[in-house]
Design a protein around this ligand. Structure first.
Ligand code: FES
Length: 117
């Protein structure tokens, strides 16, 4: 089912617009023109995940090398720092196979629509 969220300019860059739809708290993010929707509950200890920061992460690299990447594609939980892929919800922290729910977002005529299953 589709839900109107608002005008695209209401979504702040790299910060969540948090909406509640059918009792579900969901954060809508805009990063470099792309939109993402993420359930606002961390699968670790149920923190308000979408109050976390959007950034990148350290990538797997060779010994002695540090490689930062995925800038703008990672949401970091404000409580214990677990990191999640904004588009897939996959946990990137490396110690858990838990993922956070993500939802499709569409923009039509500059209006943002969220699709919930
Ligand atoms: S509650 Fe999110 S990392 Fe612990």
């Amino acid at each position: 089912m589709e839900h109107h969220v608002g005008h695209v300019t209401q979504i702040p860059e790299r910060e969540a617009l948090i909406v509640t739809i059918n009792g579900r708290s969901i954060g809508i993010f805009k990063v470099d023109g792309r939109l993402y929707a993420v359930k606002n509950v961390c699968p670790h200890k149920q923190a308000p995940l979408c109050r976390g920061t959007v950034g990148g992460t350290m990538l797997p690299s060779r010994p002695g090398e540090l490689e930062f990447g995925l800038d703008g594609g990672v949401l970091k939980c404000p409580w214990h720092g677990w990191e999640f892929d904004l588009s897939t919800g996959e946990c990137l922290f490396g110690v858990s196979d838990r993922r956070v729910a993500t939802y499709p977002v569409e923009v039509r005529d500059e209006q943002v629509y969220l699709k919930l299953r």
